[in-house]
Write a protein that binds this ligand. Structure first.
Ligand SMILES: [Zn+2]
Length: 267
Protein backbone atom coordinates (compact mmCIF):
# COMPACT_ATOMS: atom_id res chain seq x y z
CA UNK A 1 0.00 0.00 0.00
CA UNK A 2 1.27 3.47 -0.85
CA UNK A 3 2.32 5.45 2.16
CA UNK A 4 0.12 8.38 2.96
CA UNK A 5 1.93 11.66 2.44
CA UNK A 6 0.23 14.73 3.96
CA UNK A 7 2.38 17.02 1.80
CA UNK A 8 0.31 15.79 -1.17
CA UNK A 9 -2.52 17.96 0.17
CA UNK A 10 -5.19 15.26 0.25
CA UNK A 11 -8.77 16.10 -0.59
CA UNK A 12 -11.23 16.47 2.24
CA UNK A 13 -12.78 13.21 3.39
CA UNK A 14 -15.84 12.29 5.45
CA UNK A 15 -15.96 9.52 8.06
CA UNK A 16 -19.64 8.63 7.77
CA UNK A 17 -19.83 6.38 10.82
CA UNK A 18 -17.81 6.83 13.96
CA UNK A 19 -18.43 6.51 17.68
CA UNK A 20 -16.55 9.34 19.33
CA UNK A 21 -19.47 9.02 21.75
CA UNK A 22 -18.11 5.68 23.05
CA UNK A 23 -16.42 5.61 26.46
CA UNK A 24 -13.01 4.89 24.87
CA UNK A 25 -12.86 8.42 23.44
CA UNK A 26 -14.62 10.50 26.06
CA UNK A 27 -11.56 11.83 27.87
CA UNK A 28 -10.07 13.19 24.70
CA UNK A 29 -12.69 13.84 22.03
CA UNK A 30 -11.25 17.18 20.79
CA UNK A 31 -7.83 15.56 20.35
CA UNK A 32 -9.20 12.72 18.20
CA UNK A 33 -11.21 15.24 16.24
CA UNK A 34 -8.16 17.47 15.68
CA UNK A 35 -5.99 14.54 14.63
CA UNK A 36 -8.58 13.57 12.02
CA UNK A 37 -8.56 17.10 10.65
CA UNK A 38 -4.78 17.03 10.27
CA UNK A 39 -5.40 14.27 7.76
CA UNK A 40 -8.21 16.28 6.15
CA UNK A 41 -10.97 14.10 7.57
CA UNK A 42 -13.05 17.25 7.84
CA UNK A 43 -16.49 15.82 8.52
CA UNK A 44 -17.86 12.89 10.45
CA UNK A 45 -21.14 11.41 11.55
CA UNK A 46 -21.05 10.53 15.23
CA UNK A 47 -23.54 7.70 15.41
CA UNK A 48 -25.70 6.97 18.45
CA UNK A 49 -26.89 3.56 19.57
CA UNK A 50 -28.85 4.11 22.83
CA UNK A 51 -30.13 6.92 25.06
CA UNK A 52 -26.72 7.99 26.36
CA UNK A 53 -24.87 7.50 23.07
CA UNK A 54 -27.48 9.59 21.26
CA UNK A 55 -27.31 12.45 23.76
CA UNK A 56 -23.52 12.49 23.52
CA UNK A 57 -23.66 12.48 19.70
CA UNK A 58 -25.96 15.52 19.65
CA UNK A 59 -23.76 17.36 22.14
CA UNK A 60 -20.59 16.68 20.10
CA UNK A 61 -22.26 17.86 16.91
CA UNK A 62 -22.91 21.19 18.60
CA UNK A 63 -19.40 21.52 19.96
CA UNK A 64 -17.19 20.42 17.07
CA UNK A 65 -17.08 21.81 13.55
CA UNK A 66 -17.87 19.32 10.81
CA UNK A 67 -19.48 16.86 13.20
CA UNK A 68 -23.02 15.67 12.49
CA UNK A 69 -25.14 13.48 14.74
CA UNK A 70 -27.15 10.37 13.94
CA UNK A 71 -29.49 9.03 16.62
CA UNK A 72 -31.13 5.65 17.09
CA UNK A 73 -31.19 2.34 18.91
CA UNK A 74 -28.92 -0.49 17.81
CA UNK A 75 -30.19 -4.07 18.07
CA UNK A 76 -28.33 -4.94 21.26
CA UNK A 77 -29.87 -1.94 23.06
CA UNK A 78 -33.49 -2.19 21.96
CA UNK A 79 -34.65 -3.59 25.30
CA UNK A 80 -34.56 0.03 26.48
CA UNK A 81 -36.45 1.27 23.43
CA UNK A 82 -40.07 2.32 24.07
CA UNK A 83 -42.66 5.01 23.26
CA UNK A 84 -40.87 7.54 25.40
CA UNK A 85 -37.54 6.92 23.67
CA UNK A 86 -39.26 7.15 20.30
CA UNK A 87 -40.61 10.58 21.30
CA UNK A 88 -37.09 11.67 22.31
CA UNK A 89 -35.74 10.57 18.90
CA UNK A 90 -38.52 12.51 17.15
CA UNK A 91 -37.55 15.55 19.17
CA UNK A 92 -33.82 15.18 18.46
CA UNK A 93 -34.57 15.06 14.72
CA UNK A 94 -35.74 18.69 14.91
CA UNK A 95 -32.15 19.67 15.68
CA UNK A 96 -30.28 20.91 12.58
CA UNK A 97 -27.17 19.01 13.67
CA UNK A 98 -29.02 15.68 13.61
CA UNK A 99 -28.82 14.41 10.05
CA UNK A 100 -30.16 10.89 10.23
CA UNK A 101 -31.53 7.95 12.21
CA UNK A 102 -29.46 4.99 13.39
CA UNK A 103 -27.81 2.93 14.02
CA UNK A 104 -30.65 0.46 13.79
CA UNK A 105 -31.22 -2.95 12.30
CA UNK A 106 -31.02 -6.63 13.12
CA UNK A 107 -28.19 -8.60 14.69
CA UNK A 108 -28.63 -12.36 15.02
CA UNK A 109 -24.98 -13.00 15.85
CA UNK A 110 -25.10 -12.72 19.62
CA UNK A 111 -27.24 -15.11 21.68
CA UNK A 112 -27.65 -12.52 24.40
CA UNK A 113 -29.21 -10.00 22.01
CA UNK A 114 -32.95 -9.28 22.36
CA UNK A 115 -35.32 -11.69 20.59
CA UNK A 116 -35.98 -11.40 16.87
CA UNK A 117 -39.49 -10.05 17.59
CA UNK A 118 -38.18 -7.33 19.90
CA UNK A 119 -35.46 -6.36 17.41
CA UNK A 120 -37.91 -6.22 14.51
CA UNK A 121 -40.40 -4.09 16.45
CA UNK A 122 -37.75 -1.48 17.31
CA UNK A 123 -36.29 -1.51 13.79
CA UNK A 124 -39.77 -1.12 12.27
CA UNK A 125 -40.71 1.77 14.55
CA UNK A 126 -37.50 3.60 13.67
CA UNK A 127 -38.03 3.00 9.94
CA UNK A 128 -41.54 4.44 10.29
CA UNK A 129 -40.09 7.50 12.01
CA UNK A 130 -37.55 7.90 9.21
CA UNK A 131 -40.33 7.81 6.64
CA UNK A 132 -42.42 10.30 8.62
CA UNK A 133 -39.52 12.75 8.98
CA UNK A 134 -37.75 11.98 5.67
CA UNK A 135 -34.42 11.17 7.33
CA UNK A 136 -31.87 8.67 5.97
CA UNK A 137 -31.23 5.54 8.03
CA UNK A 138 -27.93 3.97 9.08
CA UNK A 139 -28.52 0.22 9.03
CA UNK A 140 -26.64 -2.43 10.97
CA UNK A 141 -27.05 -6.02 9.71
CA UNK A 142 -25.26 -9.01 11.14
CA UNK A 143 -26.19 -12.54 10.07
CA UNK A 144 -29.54 -11.04 9.07
CA UNK A 145 -29.42 -9.85 5.44
CA UNK A 146 -32.68 -11.55 4.39
CA UNK A 147 -34.76 -10.09 7.20
CA UNK A 148 -33.14 -6.66 6.97
CA UNK A 149 -33.85 -6.58 3.25
CA UNK A 150 -37.49 -7.57 3.74
CA UNK A 151 -38.01 -4.92 6.40
CA UNK A 152 -36.36 -2.13 4.43
CA UNK A 153 -38.51 -3.03 1.46
CA UNK A 154 -41.74 -3.28 3.47
CA UNK A 155 -41.04 0.11 5.09
CA UNK A 156 -40.34 1.82 1.73
CA UNK A 157 -36.73 2.77 2.34
CA UNK A 158 -36.51 3.97 -1.28
CA UNK A 159 -38.54 7.02 -0.19
CA UNK A 160 -36.09 8.27 2.47
CA UNK A 161 -32.83 6.44 1.73
CA UNK A 162 -30.01 5.20 3.88
CA UNK A 163 -26.76 3.31 4.13
CA UNK A 164 -25.85 -0.30 4.80
CA UNK A 165 -23.11 0.49 7.29
CA UNK A 166 -19.87 -1.52 7.46
CA UNK A 167 -21.11 -3.77 4.69
CA UNK A 168 -20.00 -7.39 5.08
CA UNK A 169 -21.68 -9.22 2.17
CA UNK A 170 -20.66 -10.11 -1.36
CA UNK A 171 -21.75 -8.92 -4.82
CA UNK A 172 -25.16 -10.67 -4.85
CA UNK A 173 -26.13 -9.32 -1.44
CA UNK A 174 -24.99 -5.83 -2.22
CA UNK A 175 -27.04 -5.77 -5.41
CA UNK A 176 -30.28 -6.29 -3.50
CA UNK A 177 -29.61 -3.27 -1.30
CA UNK A 178 -28.51 -1.16 -4.26
CA UNK A 179 -31.83 -2.02 -5.89
CA UNK A 180 -33.56 -0.49 -2.86
CA UNK A 181 -31.62 2.73 -3.46
CA UNK A 182 -29.28 2.22 -0.50
CA UNK A 183 -25.76 3.59 -0.22
CA UNK A 184 -23.05 1.15 0.87
CA UNK A 185 -20.68 2.00 3.72
CA UNK A 186 -17.23 0.39 3.65
CA UNK A 187 -15.22 0.16 6.86
CA UNK A 188 -11.72 -1.10 7.62
CA UNK A 189 -12.98 -4.61 6.93
CA UNK A 190 -12.64 -3.96 3.18
CA UNK A 191 -8.87 -3.67 3.73
CA UNK A 192 -8.47 -7.07 5.42
CA UNK A 193 -6.64 -9.76 3.47
CA UNK A 194 -9.36 -12.37 3.83
CA UNK A 195 -12.32 -10.10 3.04
CA UNK A 196 -12.74 -11.46 -0.51
CA UNK A 197 -16.52 -11.03 -0.45
CA UNK A 198 -16.40 -7.42 0.65
CA UNK A 199 -13.69 -6.60 -1.88
CA UNK A 200 -15.81 -8.19 -4.62
CA UNK A 201 -18.83 -6.19 -3.46
CA UNK A 202 -16.82 -2.95 -3.67
CA UNK A 203 -16.19 -3.67 -7.35
CA UNK A 204 -19.90 -3.77 -8.23
CA UNK A 205 -21.15 -0.76 -6.27
CA UNK A 206 -21.63 2.28 -8.54
CA UNK A 207 -19.22 5.05 -7.55
CA UNK A 208 -22.07 7.37 -6.65
CA UNK A 209 -23.27 4.97 -3.92
CA UNK A 210 -20.02 4.37 -2.01
CA UNK A 211 -19.31 5.97 1.35
CA UNK A 212 -16.43 5.33 3.72
CA UNK A 213 -16.45 4.94 7.49
CA UNK A 214 -14.26 3.88 10.40
CA UNK A 215 -16.86 2.51 12.84
CA UNK A 216 -14.23 3.60 15.39
CA UNK A 217 -13.27 2.42 17.96
CA UNK A 218 -13.89 -0.94 16.24
CA UNK A 219 -12.47 -2.53 13.08
CA UNK A 220 -9.24 -0.60 12.58
CA UNK A 221 -8.08 -0.91 8.95
CA UNK A 222 -4.84 -2.43 7.70
CA UNK A 223 -2.08 -1.54 8.71
CA UNK A 224 -3.56 -0.58 12.10
CA UNK A 225 -5.57 -3.76 12.49
CA UNK A 226 -5.86 -4.79 16.14
CA UNK A 227 -5.28 -1.26 17.41
CA UNK A 228 -8.04 1.00 18.63
CA UNK A 229 -9.60 2.63 15.60
CA UNK A 230 -10.14 6.39 15.36
CA UNK A 231 -11.55 8.78 12.72
CA UNK A 232 -8.10 9.71 11.42
CA UNK A 233 -7.72 6.14 10.14
CA UNK A 234 -10.33 6.89 7.46
CA UNK A 235 -7.38 7.77 5.25
CA UNK A 236 -6.00 4.22 5.38
CA UNK A 237 -9.32 2.73 4.29
CA UNK A 238 -9.75 5.31 1.55
CA UNK A 239 -6.25 4.73 0.24
CA UNK A 240 -6.75 0.97 0.21
CA UNK A 241 -10.14 1.25 -1.52
CA UNK A 242 -8.76 3.69 -4.09
CA UNK A 243 -6.06 1.18 -4.92
CA UNK A 244 -8.63 -1.61 -5.30
CA UNK A 245 -10.68 0.61 -7.60
CA UNK A 246 -7.69 1.78 -9.62
CA UNK A 247 -8.13 5.43 -8.81
CA UNK A 248 -6.34 8.08 -6.78
CA UNK A 249 -6.90 8.83 -3.11
CA UNK A 250 -8.09 12.32 -3.98
CA UNK A 251 -10.60 11.14 -6.56
CA UNK A 252 -12.17 8.66 -4.18
CA UNK A 253 -12.11 11.11 -1.26
CA UNK A 254 -13.98 13.65 -3.37
CA UNK A 255 -16.52 11.15 -4.68
CA UNK A 256 -17.29 9.64 -1.28
CA UNK A 257 -17.54 13.07 0.35
CA UNK A 258 -19.99 14.22 -2.32
CA UNK A 259 -22.01 11.05 -1.82
CA UNK A 260 -22.17 11.62 1.94
CA UNK A 261 -23.28 15.20 1.41
CA UNK A 262 -26.04 14.05 -0.93
CA UNK A 263 -27.31 11.40 1.46
CA UNK A 264 -27.16 13.28 4.80
CA UNK A 265 -26.78 17.01 4.23
CA UNK A 266 -28.34 18.12 0.95
CA UNK A 267 -31.91 16.99 1.35
ZN1 LIG B 1 -21.40 1.57 14.60
Amino acid sequence: MAIYDPSKRPSDAYDTHTHLNEDEFLEDVPAYWARAREYRIMEMNVVGYNHIGNARAVEMAHELEGVHAIVGFQPEDVREFNEQELAILRDQLNDDKVVGLGEMGLDYHWDENPSVEVQKAAFGAQLDLARETNKPVTVHSRDAFDDVYEMLKAHHVEEFGGVMHSFTGGPEEVQRFLDLGMYIGFSGMVTFKKSDDIKAALQVVPLDRIVVETDAPFLAPTPMRGKMNEPMFTHYTLENMAEQLGMSYNELAQITTENAHRLWLER
